[in-house]
Design a protein around this ligand. Sequence first.
Ligand code: 5RP
Length: 228
Amino acid sequence: MTLSPKEIAGRRAADFVRTGMTLGLGTGSTVHFTLLALGERIRAEGLRVRGVPTSLDTEHKARALGIPLASLDEVTSIDLTIDGADEIDPQFAMVKGGGGALLREKVVAAISRREVIVVGPEKVVPRLGSTFALPVEVAPFARPVVERALARLGCQPRLRTAKDGGRYLTDNHNEILDCRFADGIADPAALERAIDAIPGVVESGLFIGLAHVLVIGHPDGRAEVRER
Ligand code: 5RP
C-alpha cells in the first residue's frame, strides 16, 4: 500500500516524540497522521505525553485517540510542536491558517522549544504568497476597516465563508480575510509587522522564525528531514 505524502510526513514527525514530553498538537490533514501515530505509540509502548491542541478539531481527534491533553493554564513551555503549513520558504518562514487555526497555532509555536513542520512537497515554495492567499484573523467589528488597510498593503482581501456558503468563524469567534498578493510576498517580516500594526487584526498567518525542522513527505515514499 502506498502512503500519501501527508501520511509519510505526519507519521515521520511522531518519531521526534519522547516519553515525558509536553507537545503542541497542530491542526490539519497532515498532523492528523501524527495524531494517529501518537495514539498508536501510546497504546503500543506506553508513551507518556501531554498535548496542547491548537484547535477544537485537534482537541476532539486527540481525545478520541487517547492522547492526554493540557491547557495553557497548566503549561508554561512546550518541548515540541508538530504542525502543518500552507507554504514554507527556504528560510522556513511560513504561511499558515488554511484550516483557520492560525491564532492558537502561533501562540503554541511561540512557547515551543522546537517546532516540526509536516508537509507534502507542493507546500515548499521559493516565495511565500505564490500559491496561497495569506489568512488574517480579524475581530468582526473591525473587519471593514482592516479590509481597507490590508488592500493598501497591496493585496486583495477576501472574506472567508463556510463550506456551505454561510458565515465562517474561527474557534475564537473571529473572521478570516484571505489576502492574495499578485506577485507573492517580497518581505514576509516587514509585511507581518505592517499587518500586526492594523487595529482590529487578531493575528496574521505569517509565521517567521518559529519552525526548526521541516519534514517533507514525497510521493515515492521518502520522508525528507531538513533542519534550519
Ligand atoms: C491550520 C493550518 C494547517 O496547518 C495548514 O492549513 C496545513 O493543513 P493541511 O495539513 O491540511 O494541508 O495552518 O490553520
